[in-house]
Write a protein that binds this ligand. Structure first.
Ligand SMILES: [Zn+2]
Length: 132
């Protein structure tokens, strides 16, 4: 073992991987449900608008899920680069308590709150990041 054991890191990795798996599973379950729903041809206008509503919810949820998957994969990437658990804003370590609750957190609590306030003020787009 190089650089000594990092049992915490390994457990965060496990949490991230199982969360990603869970999100992927729920996304494909939703997709399957939607495909089944599409097979029912709407018989009147009411059904049609209901279907549109469901599609909107589906897309919306899907976007959130995609965002979460992206954050999880970024966190795993940070682990590989040894920058995991370090706030990307102030470069201070993120508390273990926060990482246990949100293992894909990229900011410490105080930076997260500052950033959330800026997003609320419309000064910043949520999770804006450089395209790789
Ligand atoms: Zn910070």
């Amino acid at each position: 073992m190089k650089n000594g054991p990092k049992p915490k890191l390994a457990s965060y990795r496990k949490m991230l991987e199982s969360k990603a798996e869970e999100v992927r599973r729920s996304m494909s379950a939703q997709k399957a449900a939607q495909v089944v729903a599409r097979l029912d041809v709407p018989s009147d206008e009411g059904d049609l608008s209901q279907q549109h509503h469901e599609e909107w919810i589906f897309l919306n949820r899907n976007t959130l899920d995609m965002k979460l998957l992206r954050q999880i994969s970024d966190a795993l990437h940070r682990m590989d680069q040894d920058t995991y658990g370090i706030c990307m804003e102030c470069e201070e370590p993120i508390s273990a308590k926060r990482l246990e609750a949100v293992p894909w957190a990229r900011y410490c609590i105080s930076c997260q709150e500052r950033i959330a306030a800026r997003i609320a003020d419309g000064e910043m787009v949520e999770y804006q990041e450089a395209d790789r």
